[in-house]
Design a protein around this ligand. Structure first.
Ligand SMILES: [Fe+2]
Ligand SMILES: [Fe+2]
Length: 344
């Protein structure tokens, strides 16, 4: 069995430590690469090599390394550009990047920080310092991977619940995607779009505790049954609360059944008291419900659903500006005239 460099002093446990740590080293100077390879393989790391920026991006895609040691000045594509590209993609942005550079000016460091570099080492490097930094960044990466795994488990659970339900089939996935599109259409930053998308996947997870007989009941619910269904946002919050990654999603999960005029639940918030993400999601949630088959009725076309919701906005249910933007988005992005194929 191969030695794992982050195993010896780590308090971490689990599958993230069972694999050998992969280090991608990138430099146009073969001699530099050989020095790094010798140093790192002696400590048990699995070392991959790339000789220019473009090759580095290809190797990242192929091998998914745990850390990248990246020379700055290279032909074809320099280290700043490689770093910028890696940090702009969801799949690679969490891989730690250490810039190895002979340059030591403040200006170069600022360029590196702007490109998203996690650390810098000035060449010629001190071997022990380099090894210590690699070890520390790999440990952070392992923790982030564990967090991502926890997130994946919860998302998979939410989606599995949804796909197993003949009526809501795919509802959370669609709400997540429409909410993200609407957030983008409204010009919200990428982080906010991602947050809204994640909250969309989890918004109805509290329905895990809702009686399926009530959830699928055709016809009107009794007042007790209605009270029971209305518990799901708060139960969703209780499920997500202990998980660090889900904390920023909680106001959206809790608030997705609030109404603009204060007649929603669970808190009866009104207007701007309702978090923006929840105002977006409440609109998309109802739109998806209207355009999907439910136990008590068949689906209706997108254009009709929007007309129904515009009438409801007059009664004060929805944020009119957001509903207007949603309608415009569906029109300009070609959603009108398409039936909801996954709502069968
Ligand atoms: Fe809901
Ligand atoms: Fe929903």
């Amino acid at each position: 069995m191969k030695f794992n460099p982050i195993d010896s002093n780590s308090k971490l446990s689990g599958s993230s430590l069972d694999k050998q740590v992969k280090v991608l080293t990138v430099d146009d100077n073969t001699q530099n690469l050989e020095v790094l390879e010798g140093l790192l393989t002696a400590r048990g790391y699995d070392v991959l090599k790339a000789y220019n920026g473009r090759e580095a991006l290809e190797k990242v895609e192929e091998f998914n390394p745990d850390i990248i040691l990246l020379d700055v000045l290279m032909p074809v594509m320099d280290g700043y550009e490689v770093c910028k590209q890696l940090k702009s993609k969801k799949e690679t942005r969490l891989i730690p990047v250490v810039l190895l550079t002979a340059l030591d000016s403040g200006e170069d460091k600022i360029r590196g920080i702007e490109a998203g570099a996690d650390d810098f080492i000035t060449k010629p490097f001190q071997k022990l310092e380099l090894l210590a930094r690699v070890k520390s960044l790999v440990r952070v990466k392992a923790l982030l991977d564990e967090l991502e795994n926890a997130q994946d488990v919860l998302f998979s659970l939410a989606l599995a619940l949804d796909f197993n339900d003949p009526y809501t089939h795919g509802h959370s996935q669609r709400v997540a995607e429409f909410s993200q599109r609407l957030a983008a259409f409204l010009g919200l930053p990428i982080d906010e779009q991602d947050r809204i998308k994640s909250a969309g996947i989890l918004h109805d997870i509290g329905k895990i505790a809702t009686d399926k007989g009530v959830l699928h009941k055709p016809g009107t619910l009794s007042s007790n049954e209605l009270t029971h269904v209305k518990e799901h946002p708060v139960i969703g919050v209780k499920i997500c609360e202990p998980l660090q990654f889900a904390k920023p999603l909680i106001p959206i999960i809790r608030g997705h059944h609030e109404k603009f005029n204060g007649t929603g639940y669970p808190d009866g918030l009104a207007g701007d008291e309702i978090p923006l993400g929840a105002r977006i999601m409440s609109i998309v949630d109802v739109y998806d419900a209207l355009t999907s088959v439910r136990p008590y009725r068949s689906d209706i076309p997108a254009e009709v659903a929007i007309e129904v919701m515009k009438a409801e906005a007059v009664k004060g249910y929805w944020d009119k500006e957001i509903l207007g933007a949603f309608s415009e988005m569906l029109l300009t992005e070609g959603d009108f005239g398409n039936s909801n194929e996954s709502a069968d």
